[in-house]
Ligand binder design. Structure first.
Ligand SMILES: Nc1nc2c(ncn2[C@@H]2O[C@H](COP(=O)(O)OP(=O)(O)OP(=O)(O)O)[C@@H](O)[C@H]2O)c(=O)[nH]1
Ligand SMILES: [Mg+2]
Length: 292
């Protein structure tokens, strides 16, 4: 029996729905999703296995012009997604006009590998707007196949998946068939906590935060976790903790619920906050947190 496998990498502007789509394909909440831009900071692998195929989806950070080292590293992940892709999923959303970065856009239009241009969030559009948008993108990216979708509602997601399978090269699997991702458990803990911070704090706070899980102890009926929320300045620490610790407590309660679903086990989650001055611009710190 022949077997297909390959890398299918999702790229696009911030907030267009890349992570929503990858989770829909995988059927698990591997990537966190929020209404804020720059939610995803890493390249996250989501593996979909079948008897005769293995699709290696990569969710990537939204494309931006980097302003500090962390963002440089995020764009490094996007660059890597161009390099090993067998199929590129270029996601745009209804109403969007162009990619934020010319060089990346050129890479898409000059791509030698198949590009599926996914016009997302069509649940928010009408027929006329949709037709206009398809026309605009057909002119801008003539080498792409355009598929209108709604990642949120699952509309046309199966059609995209079937088309991906057609486009995949013949290859043995790259990972064991029961594997779902390349990231360790601690990564998903950090991300769950960061998601709650993105949801509950405003302005610069979520962007100044990194989460590191220092302890992960799995017992028969419970997992004991201790994670540190790092901020860049003392004032941010106070904001994260909130009045009598109420804000931090909310983060903990909500993250714990998600983690109990994710791990299927009772979770004890201890959170504390630490100032790690300018970690976003510090190469050593960034390396430690998995941004290389
Ligand atoms: N209406 C609508 N909203 C969507 C759809 N897909 C995603 N969203 C919403 O768009 C927002 C961003 O979704 P994400 O999946 O986090 O977007 P992303 O491209 O991964 O964002 P970054 O990681 O920040 O680059 C969230 O509020 C989603 O619920 C869709 O098909 N329709
Ligand atoms: Mg994302």
């Amino acid at each position: 029996m022949s077997h297909k496998a390959g890398f299918v990498n999702i790229i696009g502007n911030p907030n267009v729905g890349k992570s929503t789509l990858m989770n829909a394909f995988v059927g698990e909440k591997l990537s966190i999703i929020t209404s804020k831009a720059q939610t995803t900071r890493h390249r996250i692998l989501g593996i979909v296995n079948g008897d005769d195929f293995q699709v290696l989806f990569s969710d990537t950070p939204g494309i931006i012009k980097p302003a500090y080292e962390l963002q440089e590293s995020m764009m490094g992940f996007v660059k890597s997604a161009f390099e090993d892709a067998d199929v590129l999923l270029y996601m745009v959303e209804i109403g969007e006009q162009a990619l934020k970065d010319e060089a990346f856009f050129k890479k898409i239009t000059n791509s030698k590998i198949p590009v599926l241009l996914l016009l997302n969030k069509i649940d928010k559009s009408n027929q006329e707007q949709l037709e206009t948008q398809v026309q605009i993108w057909a002119e801008k990216v003539p080498n792409a196949e355009i598929i209108p979708i709604s990642a949120l509602e699952g509309f046309q997601v199966k059609e995209v998946f079937d088309r991906i399978i057609e486009l995949l090269p013949e290859s043995p699997p790259f990972y064991p068939k029961d594997q779902l991702t390349d990231k360790p458990e601690r990564f998903f803990i950090n991300e769950s906590i960061r998601e709650k911070i993105l949801i509950h704090y405003k302005k610069e706070i979520p962007y100044a935060v990194e989460v590191d899980t220092e302890e992960f102890l799995e017992e028969d009926t419970i997992i004991r976790i201790r994670s540190v929320i790092m901020v860049e300045r003392e004032t941010q620490k106070g904001i994260i903790i909130g009045h009598k610790g109420s804000a931090l407590k909310r983060v903990g309660v909500e993250a714990r619920k998600d983690l109990e679903t994710f791990f299927g086990k009772q979770i004890h989650l201890e959170l504390y906050v630490k100032v790690n001055k300018n970690w976003r611009s510090n190469q050593n710190q960034l390396k430690r947190f998995g941004y290389n």
